[in-house]
Design a protein around this ligand. Structure first.
Ligand code: ARG
Length: 587
């Protein structure tokens, strides 16, 4: 059950009845900041009083009284200028928790309106090293896919790789003139990056070279067999590296529809935009000018601000070449037609915000009614507070970064083994190190509000205490080992819950929020809401476990505490899975 939604609807209904209103007013229910005042507060009485020209405390009082009569509520009191503080009835909470424990979905309902959602994420560029920005996109995108799927949407995971564009003319010519086949075999991306650097420098000072590169590009676009084969080789070798990274991360996609997949559509797209009077020629290029009067008038409310913008959206260059923007327009049209999608979510660096604003505005003028969301994220910073780089200023290779994470996790685990804090066999070390190392990197990223920048800090990330992946994995293992130690079957465990100790109430207070948190995280594309919940839960559990003996208590108390432990275990496991963090049984 979505508790907040349930209580909000209940409060609104109660307000209508208590005050004899024609329609249910807005209850504006919020969790209280401080548990001292209860669990939730109704803030709607103030606005309503204004409307009815009455004293807010006066109308709040019958509402509080009527709320008190409901099963859900133990205490309801008017406070301050007219808030109503509510404390839930523990008896009602106990039943709610028991129903969550029994439920295969842990009490999380599906959304009422199911959508088909394309999630566009990871999307690195061919012939280039993937950088940490792509790591963020991959980790956040995968978590969003899981969340959306869990709440009931049909999700299509699409990797929009950058595999097309003018750089391929340069790369083809460059490879022929200064490529080293041996180096290519050894490490294709390194060699392709080296060649590209030389070729693009040469282009700037050598007219003839630039012309020849353009000719190679034109041949590639006409699918000349030699050039096409070379391009395919670029794609294949880069895909090899990408796939190894995805494998390590445990991330999969339904499609790899890169920019090249839309190439055939581009001339028609430009024509369509010209015909619709959205784009026009300027100095030989074709652009959308958002400050043209006609376009300004056609911009929807959401995009009004763009009308002041001088920067046009270029969809075809003077030399006839199409751009990133052109293939993104084609992509929206393609997704609508082939996937019949209701929504597309672009998990892309926040710094591309301008591009997506323009793209979405163009699609709106074109009459596209698919919902388009740019889910932006901040930059990963190094120790110096600047974007993360290798010591010599290069791009950090994702593969070696992930290997380092696993290596560091292994060192940490071996230390714990030596200290007697770990109970795993030698042969489990590989698997556990991988789970801890990869989980640590993912969690460090996902716990951030995605729009902020964050510092990449190995020690905090791999630590078993504090707000880290290993800490949560370890708490989950603790819940499981309680059952193992007590020789009780965790799977399917059921017992009546009776809240007594203060620590039990605090734990319950966290647990009942889970369904709301999942829905909010999915609706806002904010995995960090799950991370925050899991950390609160783990801490509340830890306090409970310190003060309330579980296996050592008896009878109904023991059964109830085991049920609270089982529910904690269930939520931790579900949450970690939603975030794509490997779950371990022993550690
Ligand atoms: N390849 C782009 C980059 O590395 C990201 C593509 C994102 N997706 C899209 N449909 N534009 O910056």
């Amino acid at each position: 059950m979505l508790l907040e939604k349930h209580l909000d609807a209940l409060a609104s209904c109660v307000m209508q009845e208590a005050l004899n209103l024609e329609a249910p007013p807005r209850a504006i229910l919020r969790p209280t900041q401080d548990a001292k005042h209860g669990d939730f507060q109704i803030n709607g009485a103030m606005a309503l009083a204004k409307q009815l020209k009455k004293n807010p405390r006066e109308i709040a009082s019958p509402i509080a009284e009527a709320m008190l009569a409901r099963d859900e509520v133990l205490e309801a009191s008017v406070a301050g200028p007219g808030f109503i503080n509510l404390r839930l009835d523990p008896k009602w909470v106990e039943r709610l928790l028991a129903s969550m424990l029994r439920d295969a979905r842990d009490g999380v309902p599906e959304v009422e309106e199911k959508q088909t959602v394309v999630v566009d994420y990871s999307s690195p560029n061919i012939a280039k090293q993937m950088h940490v920005g792509h790591l963020r996109s991959t980790i956040i995108g995968a978590a969003i896919c899981e969340l959306l799927r869990f709440v009931g949407h049909d999700v299509i995971a699409d990797n929009h790789i950058g595999d097309w564009g003018t750089q391929y003319g340069l790369l083809i010519l460059g490879m022929r003139e200064f490529g080293d086949q041996e180096a290519l075999k050894r490490d294709a991306i390194v060699e392709l990056e080296r060649v590209y650097k030389i070729a693009s420098a040469k282009k700037k000072e050598d007219e003839d070279f630039a012309d020849r590169a353009r000719a190679e590009l034109a041949k590639l676009q006409k699918k000349d067999p030699d050039n096409y084969a070379m391009w395919e080789m670029f794609v294949e070798t880069t895909r090899g590296v990408m796939d190894r990274v995805y494998d390590k991360l445990g991330v999969t996609f339904d499609h790899f529809l890169g920019e090249s997949a839309y190439d055939d559509m581009l001339p028609a797209v430009v024509q369509q935009l010209k015909d619709a009077g959205i784009a026009r020629e300027d100095n030989g290029a074709v652009c959308v000018f958002f400050n043209d009067d006609d376009i300004k008038n056609r911009l929807g409310k959401k995009f009004k601000k763009l009308g002041k913008q001088e920067v046009p959206f270029i969809i075809q260059k003077k030399d006839g070449a199409f751009l990133y923007s052109t293939s993104d327009i084609a992509t929206v049209l393609y997704r609508r037609e082939h996937f019949n999608s209701d929504r597309a979510v672009y998990v892309v660096d926040r710094r591309q915000g301008g591009h997506f604003q323009q793209l979405f505005a163009v699609m709106e003028i074109l009459g596209e009614d698919m919902t388009l969301d740019h889910v932006g994220f901040g930059t990963v910073l190094g120790d110096d507070g600047k974007p993360l780089k290798t010591r010599d200023g290069g791009t950090v290779r994702l593969e070696s970064l992930l290997d380092e994470a696993v290596e560091r996790a292994r060192n940490e685990l071996e230390q714990r083994l030596a200290d007697g804090k770990l109970r795993i066999a030698e042969h489990e070390m590989d698997e556990v190190s991988r789970a801890v190392g990869i989980g640590a990197v993912k969690y460090a990223d996902l716990k951030q509000n995605r729009t902020s920048d964050y510092r990449f800090e190995w020690d905090k990330m791999i630590s078993f205490s504090g707000n880290s992946g290993p800490y949560l994995q370890n708490q989950l293992v603790r819940t499981k080992s309680i059952f193992r130690k007590g020789e009780v079957e965790l799977e399917g465990y059921e017992a009546p819950i009776a809240l007594g100790h203060e620590r039990e109430h605090s734990l319950a207070r966290v647990m009942i929020k889970f369904p709301d948190v999942v829905h909010r995280a999915a609706a806002l594309n904010e995995p960090h809401q799950i991370a925050e919940h899991l950390y609160d839960l783990a801490q509340a559990f830890s306090r409970f476990f310190t003060d309330c003996p579980v296996l050592k208590s008896e009878g109904e108390t023991r059964a109830s505490r085991l049920a609270l432990t089982a529910l904690t275990s269930q939520q931790l496991e579900r949450g970690l899975r939603l975030l794509g963090i490997p779950v371990i049984d022993r550690m």
